[in-house]
Design a protein around this ligand. Sequence first.
Ligand code: CAA
Length: 240
Amino acid sequence: MARVAIVTGGTRGIGEAISVGLKNAGYKVAATYAGNDARAHAFAEKTGIAVYKWDVADLDQCQAGVAKVAADLGPVEILVNNAGITRDATMRKMARSGWDEVMDTNLGGCFNMAKAVWDGMLERGFGRVVNIGSINGQAGQYGQVNYAAAKSGIHGFTKALAQEGAAKGVTVNAIAPGYIDTDMVAAVPPNVLEKIVARIPVGRLGKAHEIARGVLFLVADDAGFVTGSTMSINGGQHMY
Ligand code: CAA
């Protein structure tokens, strides 16, 4: 039986590539999204992947959403916590709301989604959780105290939860992408982005499918000895 995977923020950017990569590898995939209906429907039509709308920052919505996916596709055995937002601003200009939104979505979303699938994974004795962190959670980034704190938190969350799942067949790992060619990175001012790309040894932005490659490795049945790890996929920009 094909295993069931949920990819949060799975209809665009890195999440889209992960959803498609998992589907092509034979998994049954549910891709969640928060707001962009047009993009999600176009994605569903193009890929045949089921899409579900809920806000990962809301625990009740996550629990109801996971129950719906389980009813439609079967018990959720793989969770990819990919949903994330930016509200970049220097500390001087950052409003408390910009801090809260990023923490609630990027880090709170990981808790909420893991909470909704965790007991089932432990009971069934199998699970794969992959959390998408960031190079900026490892190294920090000017104008991103909120995002860097949330992503850094994801790396701590991963290591702690991995210890709780290890003896039960549930692995928890993180991927720390560098700068990937997505809408999120396209929103960085061009003069700033140019300087960032100049510091990437590989000499270019990453591609979303290069992150999906890492996810496919970590969710595989025979990756059971890999847990609590962080895989950096960043073109050599930060060697951690
Ligand atoms: N280091 C040092 N100084 C910097 C700097 C840096 N990296 N970036 C900007 N500055 C300086 C500028 O030179 C400027 O200095 P002066 O006032 O002396 O000229 C000052 O900071 C203000 O810069 P801006 O004019 O850019 O200020 P702003 O308020 O308009 O914007 C910002 C600030 C929002 C942080 C903007 O610079 C920005 O968007 N930077 C990009 C942040 C970034 O990399 N985000 C990543 C998004 S992608 C992502 O997050 C995915 C992932 O996981 C990798």
